[in-house]
Design a protein around this ligand. Structure first.
Ligand SMILES: *Cc1c(COP(=O)(O)O)cnc(C)c1O
Length: 406
């Protein structure tokens, strides 16, 4: 079954963008943005030129928050029953530090689940913060060198995924060793570089650790499907993969954690500052928030997160189906139940064939398929705004390439 309805085909001039981030944006959003770029809502000026304290921008700002709350069904109660939605800057990378700055008091600790390259960065930044604040950070579980679940056949070509399989699955909750002093446990819901994702099965839930709040780096899979936000104490995500352009980072934080956050760090880094000021303490990235709001409206028009999930699953299965149909030619190193629906990583038999494949994809109007420089291979990022027709075109190219070499 093709993932595409021909009427949804983008115009042929549009590049098929499989970039890992910044990534594809919906054409309808870009066109709407173009149409009102120099004159927003008959104000005679661009949204970029409006004061962040003015009525025109404030309406956009509050509507973006309201749309995200409704789309992701983010609870609005008090204490542990409610979550604030904050718009920050500095990217997910800043959150690596900011989470620890707010949530780690002297004597406290945090456990990190490391299932890929981004998890490594998160724990390393948290350690730097902890060493300043008399707290500790420990790796509660890592899949850096474990092989269970990894494909058992010998690697088709040497390199990153040969021999000892690194970061090819998400761990089970039982493998995670927390300490009694842990203030939170951190995990990366989707490892963008390694192509490893939590909770991909329909309706799957995230691991739970009793009363210890889970902090999730959801940069590359926020809003790919409906989830129960209450499984997390804090979620953060740079917008530039699934929600919009770079420049704004979404933080969804349980209200009791905002209140419990440290007060002896600079106010600009305290979550309570953004919370008390509805992310208008200082100048927010107004244009990024404006564009994210348009993307949220576009997701609503598609039919919300249930519809987006169906669309995303269709795209991912179009690609995985070809990988599985040609096991002598394509190899996805990731355990089947941890395979990412957002970033599909795979290898061809030789680096030369991979180079030829990238060149051929470019000749077919596709960009962004070269794997991350640290791991090589091929990576197809299939975020919300990637058209089903593009995934079909890529699947066709993969099919034709494998058939030609059979
Ligand atoms: C892209 C990404 C980051 C880094 O995001 P920045 O906004 O560039 O800081 C962190 N974590 C994950 C999982 C990512 O995909």
């Amino acid at each position: 079954m093709p993932a595409t309805d021909a009427s949804l085909m983008p115009p042929p001039s549009r590049t098929m963008n499989f970039n890992a981030g910044p990534a594809a944006l919906p054409l309808a959003v870009l066109e709407a943005c173009r149409d009102e770029l120099v004159d927003f809502g008959n104000t005679g000026m661009s949204i970029m030129e409006h004061s962040h304290r003015g009525a025109a921008y404030e309406a956009v700002h509050h509507d973006a928050i309201a749309r995200l709350r409704s789309l992701m069904s983010i609870p609005d109660g008090t204490g542990t029953g409610g979550y604030d939605i904050l718009f920050m800057q500095g990217g997910a990378s800043q959150q690596f530090a900011q989470v620890a700055m707010n949530l780690l008091s002297p004597g406290a600790s945090a456990g990190y689940i490391v299932s890929g390259v981004w998890g490594e960065k998160a724990v390393s930044e948290a350690r730097a913060v902890a060493s300043q604040s008399g707290a500790t950070v420990h790796v509660a579980c890592t899949t850096a060198s474990s092989t269970p679940g990894a494909p058992s056949e010998a690697s088709l070509n040497p390199g990153r995924w040969g021999g000892d399989a690194k970061y090819v699955r998400v761990p089970d909750a039982e493998e995670v060793a927390l300490a009694p002093t842990d203030a939170y446990v951190h995990l990366t819901t989707n490892e963008t570089i390694d192509g490893v994702q939590y909770a991909t099965a329909p309706g799957a839930i995230f691991p739970s650790f009793g009363t210890v709040p889970v902090v999730g780096d959801m940069s590359s899979d926020i809003a790919w499907r409906p989830i129960d936000v209450r499984q997390f104490g804090l979620i953060y995500a740079g917008a530039q993969k699934n929600l919009g352009p770079s420049g704004v980072t979404v933080v969804i934080i349980r209200r009791d954690l905002v209140e419990a956050g440290r007060t002896d760090i600079p106010v600009i880094f305290q979550y309570r500052t953004a919370s008390r000021n509805t992310s208008l303490y200082n100048t927010p990235p107004t244009f990024s928030i404006y564009l994210m709001r348009q993307v949220l409206a576009w997701i609503g028009n598609l039919g919300g997160l249930e519809a987006v999930e169906a669309r995303n699953r269709a795209k991912a299965s179009a690609i995985y189906r070809v990988i599985d149909a040609f096991p002598e030619f394509y190899r996805c190193p990731v355990a089947v139940d941890s395979r990412s629906m957002m970033n599909i990583v795979f290898r061809l038999p030789t680096p030369a064939l991979e180079e030829a494949f990238v060149a051929s994809s470019e000749a077919h109007g596709m960009v962004g398929l070269r794997g991350h420089r640290s791991v090589g291979g091929i990576r197809a990022s299939l975020y919300n705004a990637v058209e089903p027709a593009w995934a079909d075109a890529l699947a066709q190219l993969m099919h034709d390439t494998a058939t030609r070499h059979a």
